[in-house]
Design a protein around this ligand. Structure first.
Ligand code: FAD
Ligand code: NAI
Length: 476
C-alpha cells in the first residue's frame, strides 16, 4: 500500500524545504524526503547550503575576518591585544554549532507547518510514485504516491580526473570547511565563488594561497570595473590568483600535493600542503530515477524545465541546483515558492533577470541585472554612474574605503538596468538595488530618495546622482 499526498518533495535543501513549507501553508498535504547525514551519521535537513555550503562558509568567513581585523586593524583604533592566535578546533566547533542550530530549525519549521519528514533515498518511478529506500538504495522503506512531485535533489562538486580527491590532501569544498589546522601552503583550483571565499578564509588565517584558474579573465560574469577592483584588492590581501592556468595533474607524495599546470609560459610546478578542488557543481540527477522514468534532461544532466519549473511530465516539477540557471540558494527557494503556489492554483513566477549574485570576500562583490558590457553587446544605450567608497564618510569611519558602487541605467528611459558593487556589506547593499529594480525604478527615483547619513547605502544614492552627473561628494 502506498501513502497518498497532494505533494511529495524530494530534497530538503533551500529549494525543497522552502517548497514544502509553502505547500503546507497553502493547505496542501505534503511530505518531504531527504537523505543527508552529518558527520555524526544523523539525518540533517537544509541540504548543501546549511550543511556544507552557504552557512558554514559564512561562519568561517566571519571568524577569519575577526581574526584578521584583530591582527591588522585593531591597533589603528587604539586597541591593543596580545598577538592574536587562532584555535582552529574552537572555530570549527562554533561553525558546527551554527550549522546544528539552523538544520534543527528546519525540523522545527516542518513540525510547526505539519510537513511530513521522511529520511531515506528517494527514487521516482512512473505513475508519480516515489520509493523511499534505505541507505545504499537496496531496501524499500515506504512507497508514496502524489498528485504533484517537486524534485529538489540539488548538486554535488564536480571532480577532476587530474586531481582525484585524497583525504586530508586533495579535498572539495566540504573538506576545506573542516581542516583541523591552518595549512601553510594551500592550493585552490578554480577562482569562482568557492575558491575566492574559502581561499580568503585560509589566507586570513595565515595560509599562503595560490588559486589556479583556467580562464584568462577574472570573474567574467561581473562588471569589468568591479572585477578589476576586486582582483587588485585580493592580490593585495595575499591571494595569488594565476589566470590562464590549466591543471594538468595533482598527486600526493611525501605528505605534499605536487601540482602541475600549464599557462602561457608552459608547464609549471607548485607544491602545496593541501589542495581544494572548486571547479563548479553538477546536478544530482543520476540516482534519482528508475529506468522506466521518461523525464527530459539537457546535455549537462540538468532536468529540463520551462520558466515555471515544469518538467516534461505533467505534475512533476524540478527546482534549485537540479535545473538551469545560477546555482544559488535564493534562486532555488524562489522557485520552490513559485511551484508551490502554482500547484495551489496561483499564477506565480520568478523574475530570473534579477537574481542577485554575491561573493562574500572582504570587500564583498555583489551585482544584479545587466552589466555595461552586456548592454553594449545587446545594443542598449546606457548612462552609468560610479561612486567610489573612498568618498563615503561611513566607509572612511569603518576603514572600508576600497571599492565602488556602479549603476547602469537606460540612456533614454533612465530605468536602472544593473547595479554592480565591490564594497564592505555589498551583500546588504545589493538588496536595495534589487528592490528598486523590481519596482522598475529609474536612476532619478533613487536620486530623489532620502538615505540616512552616514551609511554605506548613501553610495547607492550618490551613484544614482552620478548617472546624471550631479553626485555631491565627488567631482562629476
Ligand atoms: P541542495 O542544497 O544540494 O539540497 C538537495 C538535498 O536533496 C540534499 O539534502 C540531498 O541530500 C537531498 N537529496 C538528493 N538526492 C536525493 C534523493 N534521491 N533522495 C533523498 N534526498 C536526496 N549559495 C548561495 O546562494 N549563497 C551562498 O553564500 C552560497 N555559498 C555556498 C558555499 C559553498 C561552499 C557551496 C558548496 C555552495 C554554496 N552556495 C551558496 C550554493 C548553495 O548551497 C546551493 O545553490 C543550494 O544549496 C542549492 O539548493 P538545492 O535545494 O537545490 O540543493
Ligand atoms: P564556479 O563555477 O563559481 O567557479 C569555478 C571556477 O573554476 C571557474 O572560474 C572555472 O573557470 C574554473 N575551472 C573549471 N575547471 C577548471 C580547471 N580544470 N582548472 C582550473 N580552473 C577551472 O564554481 P564553484 O566556485 O565551485 O562554486 C559552485 C557553485 O556554488 C557556483 O555555482 C556558485 O554559484 C555556488 N556558490 C555560491 C556562493 C555564493 O553565492 N556566495 C559561494 C560558493 C558557491
Amino acid at each position: 500500500m502506498s501513502e497518498k499526498y497532494d505533494v511529495v518533495v524530494i530534497g530538503a535543501g533551500p529549494a525543497g524545504y522552502v517548497a514544502a513549507i509553502r505547500c503546507a501553508q497553502l493547505g496542501l498535504n505534503v511530505a518531504c524526503i531527504d537523505e543527508w547525514r552529518n558527520p555524526q551519521g544523523e539525518f540533517s535537513l537544509g541540504g548543501t547550503c546549511l550543511n556544507v555550503g552557504c552557512i558554514p562558509s559564512k561562519a568561517l568567513l566571519e571568524s577569519s575576518h575577526l581574526f584578521a581585523s584583530a591582527k591588522n586593524e585593531f591597533k589603528d583604533h587604539g586597541i591593543s591585544v596580545k598577538s592574536p592566535a587562532i584555535d582552529v578546533p574552537a572555530m570549527m566547533a562554533r561553525k558546527d554549532q551554527v550549522v546544528k542550530e539552523l538544520t534543527q530549525g528546519i525540523s522545527g519549521l516542518f513540525k510547526a507547518n505539519k510537513v511530513v519528514m521522511l529520511n531515506g533515498h528517494a527514487r521516482l518511478s512512473q505513475g508519480k510514485k516515489v520509493k523511499v529506500m534505505e541507505r545504499g538504495g537496496k531496501k524499500v522503506i515506504q512507497t508514496l504516491e502524489a498528485e504533484n512531485i517537486i524534485i529538489a535533489s540539488g548538486s554535488s562538486p564536480v571532480q577532476l580526473a587530474q586531481a582525484p580527491l585524497k583525504e586530508d590532501y586533495i579535498v572539495d569544498s566540504a573538506g576545506a570547511l573542516a581542516f583541523d589546522s591552518v595549512p601553510k601552503r594551500l592550493g585552490v583550483v578554480g577562482a569562482g565563488a568557492i575558491g575566492l571565499e574559502l581561499g580568503s578564509v585560509w589566507s586570513r588565517l595565515g595560509s599562503e594561497v595560490v588559486i589556479i584558474e583556467a580562464l584568462d579573465e577574472f570573474l567574467p560574469a561581473a562588471d569589468k570595473q568591479v572585477s578589476r577592483a576586486a582582483a587588485r584588492s585580493f592580490k593585495k590581501q595575499g591571494l595569488d590568483i594565476r589566470l590562464s592556468a590549466r591543471l594538468l595533474s595533482a598527486t600526493v607524495k611525501n605528505k605534499e600535493v605536487q601540482v602541475t599546470y600549464e599557462d602561457n609560459r608552459g608547464a609549471q610546478q607548485v607544491v602545496f600542503d593541501k589542495l581544494v578542488v572548486a571547479v563548479g557543481r553538477k546536478p544530482n540527477s543520476d540516482t534519482m530515477f528508475t529506468d522506466e522514468m521518461e523525464l527530459e534532461m539537457d546535455e549537462r544532466a540538468f532536468v529540463h524545465v520551462n520558466e515555471y519549473c515544469e518538467t516534461s511530465v505533467p505534475g512533476i516539477y524540478a527546482i534549485g541546483d537540479l535545473v538551469r540557471g545560477p546555482m544559488l540558494a535564493h534562486k532555488g527557494s524562489e522557485e520552490g515558492i513559485m511551484v508551490a503556489e502554482r500547484i495551489a492554483g496561483q499564477q506565480s513566477s520568478v523574475n530570473y533577470d534579477l537574481v542577485p549574485s554575491v561573493i562574500y570576500t572582504h570587500p564583498e562583490v555583489a551585482w544584479a541585472g545587466k552589466t555595461e558590457a552586456a548592454c553594449e553587446m545587446a545594443g542598449i544605450p546606457v548612462n552609468t554612474g560610479v561612486f567610489p567608497m573612498a568618498a563615503s564618510g561611513r566607509a572612511k569611519a569603518m576603514a572600508a574605503t576600497e571599492g565602488l558602487v556602479k549603476i547602469v541605467a537606460h540612456k533614454e528611459t533612465d530605468r536602472v538596468l544593473g547595479v554592480h558593487i565591490f564594497a564592505a556589506q555589498a551583500s546588504e547593499l545589493i538588496a536595495q538595488a534589487v528592490t528598486a529594480m523590481e519596482m522598475q525604478a529609474s536612476a532619478e527615483d533613487i536620486a530623489l530618495t532620502m538615505f540616512a547619513h552616514p551609511t554605506l547605502s548613501e553610495s547607492l544614492h550618490e551613484a544614482a546622482l552620478a548617472v546624471h552627473k550631479r553626485a555631491i561628494h565627488i567631482k562629476n
